[in-house]
Write a protein that binds this ligand. Structure first.
Ligand code: UGA
Length: 458
């Protein structure tokens, strides 16, 4: 988020200094290597570097002294109890206090609990070497990984949380070129807007995932349901895609932090708590389907397609792939895996996995495929070839990319989320068999023969 924001501010014509304490990251950037995978970032970064608008350093003192506006974009990861860990924000606020050399606007861009703007202001005040004037602004970021540059350059809104007119004016001028609605509000509300937005979206996805689980049993199609409800402008068609749970560095962390924030004021946020629990279970859905399709997983090989928590990123934090792989390994299954971008990161976290160079090597000789991330490369793969290369024919599509009829025609035993799939038809057949069996015992000899024929047909 820091790097993307820096590059985008440079693109808007500002002079930007990006500071990080991790030398390796800065060295990479100075050698034109992006430390993360993000669409359009490399090109925009290099272009602005050539124009002399962006530089990278580990020298925080230099960054502070030579800036008018300082964005804090450090990590605020979850502590074991779910609270946001603000230690990095605190360290940086102290450094800013020591090195400031004139009026500075200090902007909290990291996702931080309500009250952090005041905390940062207090830390700066208490640690200043000289009493320079400053303002602390809350300016939450709403970009998504994978489309971060596009989102930053085309935001839905800019939120500026400050009580200082001067800071509001400068921040408004800075963001004016983006042409987005700018809302100036108090810092506490700005901080809450970020958590409320992320928790709302996470709950919206979770709601559709639960609708999907019910659809699946009733023979309804969650895609059609989403299309139908999405036509209601009050609901909108965005973030209604059912699947195998949300992941990433934001929704899981921010939902937990919001629950904790509410607890601090003696409020139990039951809805968001449930969303977190349901999401953890949703990540297990493909494994449940696999267990029904392959009762004994021990000794079987499963290809996992997609490791990143979503397409177009190499981020695997809280990715459904981690849950899926761990569960299958626990049951004694072997894993082959392929992801277009996240393999290097995954290798550090997921052990005993046979990582392959491409999707076709991944599916070769496997008993089942679980597709976890809906990368374009997987949408475009040659499914007939995939089927031919596999030993088995089980295909679990965790993101509803393909459809039952065409996958069945290709010879797959196809499972997906919230729609009729092989599991639904098997369950219906089993129910029919059970009721035909009952008839067999109850009915006359003639009827009995008919029922027997029916069972054989089924
Ligand atoms: C999210 C928010 O969308 C951003 O607005 C916010 O700035 C960011 O968190 C943050 O706080 O930094 P991000 O986590 O990058 O962005 O990705 P999303 O596109 O929101 O996807 C999050 C998860 O939800 C993914 O696992 C994705 O697969 C899942 N998802 C998303 C669904 O399962 N269904 C959907 O319809 C949409």
């Amino acid at each position: 988020m820091g790097l993307v924001s820096g590059v985008c501010f440079a693109e808007m014509g500002n002079k930007v200094i990006c500071v990080d304490t991790v030398r390796e990251k800065i060295d990479k950037l100075n050698n034109r290597i992006m430390p993360i995978y993000e669409q359009d970032l490399e090109e925009m970064c290099n272009c602005n570097r050539e124009q002399g608008r962006i530089e990278f350093t580990t020298d925080l003192r230099y960054g502070i002294k030579n800036s008018d506006i300082i964005f804090i974009a450090v990590g605020t990861p979850s502590l074991p109890d779910g609270h946001a860990d603000l230690s990095q924000v605190e360290v940086v606020a102290k450094e800013i206090a020591h090195h400031m050399n004139g009026y500075k606007i200090v902007v909290n861009k990291s996702t931080v609990p309500v009250g952090t703007q005041k905390m940062v202001a207090r830390i700066i005040l208490e640690n200043q070497d000289k009493p320079f004037e400053f303002d602390v602004v809350s300016n939450p970021e709403f970009l998504r990984e994978g489309t971060a540059v596009h989102d930053t350059m085309n935001p839905d809104r800019i939120i500026i949380g400050t009580e200082s007119e001067k800071a509001a004016r400068i921040m408004t001028t800075l963001h004016d070129p983006l042409g987005a609605p700018i809302m100036v509000t108090d810092p506490e509300s700005a901080e809450m807007i970020k958590y409320a937005a992320n928790a709302f979206l996470a709950t919206k996805i979770t709601f559709m995932n639960e609708i999907a689980n019910i659809c699946e049993k009733l023979g309804a199609d969650v895609g059609e349901v989403a299309r139908g409800v999405g036509l209601d402008h009050r609901i909108s068609d965005k973030f209604l895609n059912a699947g195998i749970g949300f992941g990433g560095g934001c929704f899981p962390k921010d939902t937990k932090a919001l629950v904790k924030l509410a607890e601090q004021v003696d409020y139990e946020f039951k809805l968001v708590k449930s969303a977190i629990q349901v999401n953890n279970l949703q990540k297990l859905r493909p494994v449940e389907k696999l267990r029904k399709a392959v009762p004994v997983i021990k000794g079987k090989t499963v290809a996992v397609l997609g490791l990143a928590f979503k397409p177009n990123t190499d981020d695997i934090r809280e990715a459904s792939a981690i849950t899926v792989i761990n569960e299958i390994q626990k049951m004694g299954g072997r894993i082959k895996a392929y992801d277009p971008a996240a393999m290097a990161v995954a290798r550090k976290v997921l052990k005993d996995v046979d990582y392959t160079d491409n999707v076709y090597d991944a599916v070769k000789n496997v008993d089942a495929v679980v597709m976890v991330t809906e990368w374009e490369e997987f949408r475009q793969m040659n499914l007939a070839r995939v089927k031919e290369l596999m030993n088995g024919n089980i295909f679990i599509d965790g993101r509803n990319v393909f459809d039952y009829d065409s996958m069945t025609r290709l010879g797959f035993e196809y499972y997906c989320i919230g729609k009729k799939d092989a599991g639904f038809y098997r369950e219906s057949a089993l129910e029919e068999i059970a009721s035909a069996k009952e008839d067999l015992f109850k009915l006359s000899k003639k009827k009995c023969n008919e029922s027997y024929e029916h069972i054989v047909q089924l």
